[in-house]
Design a protein around this ligand. Sequence first.
Ligand code: GDP
Length: 312
Amino acid sequence: MYDSPIYVSGHNGLVGSAIARRLRADGAKHLLLRTHRELDLRRQADVERFFAEHRPQYVFLAAAKVGGIEANRSHPAQFLRDNLQIQTNIIDAAQRFGTRKLLFLGSSCIYPRLAPQPMPEDSLLTGALEPTNQWYAIAKIAGLKMCQAYRREFSFDAICAMPTNLYGPGDNFSLVDSHVLPALIRKYHEAKLKMAAAVEVWGSGTPRREFLHVDDLADACVFLMQKYSDEAPLNVGWGKDVSIAELAQLVADTVGFKGEVRFDRSKPDGTPRKLLDTSRLSALGWQPKITLAAGLASTYEWFCAHQEHLRR
Ligand code: GDP
């Protein structure tokens, strides 16, 4: 794989940047990377032209329109449209222009809101989705099904990984449209600087979420690209979850904020629990390594060192 052209789509995002970092460190000789400006993945003709010209042999489909609970709620059309367009254009062009293997990245929100916990891959489409992120979830389910359909009809080697909530360097630390972990790092950091009495955390604090460091995900993606070839999606997670209240305390400890936490119950909780069953991936011999405490500490360091690049 490392001698062939490898396309990492979305290489400026949290996931894509981690995969590109990892492939570079492994000595990949021919990485293909395009910014959003250079290649708008929502435009089919542009994507086809790119594939026709560069013929990537391996494709990591990490490009997506992503965001936290508030972003999903306020931009349902963009989450549905952009993700459908991006993934459809890439999967189709990859198959038609001779890509040997493609890895599609989904999300744990594809599973039903009230799926058994931890959520096995087989719980897909067994119940209603969480309404706050249904638009994103429907697009990701369509992407997964497209990979399965292209494998069946065209013998295209497309595989799917479903990561849990991710965090790490390069994350979106916006207060409005980010996910909870980076949002809390920023809120606690700013509260510490201002010597504020309290930090506001959305919802009741009781929802439970699982967090995986994005470097662990990149490791899993490279592992799967080399070792896995089947239509069944594979969950990628840490294996344990924490409540949002526990996460807030961990972030407070990491940042060194000594004030109080205030829960803003006017904000949505979203799905009550989202823990992935990762037994299939474990059985293949892969395990994550970066603990939440260690990952939070290094992500906070990254945040402090990159203040000028943060998205607002
Ligand atoms: P989800 O996993 O799709 O629900 O997305 P998020 O990561 O945005 O939210 C996870 C949970 O954290 C929800 O219960 C939010 O209400 C809660 N939460 C608490 N404070 C924040 C915050 O400042 N930003 C975000 N995005 N979520 C928060």
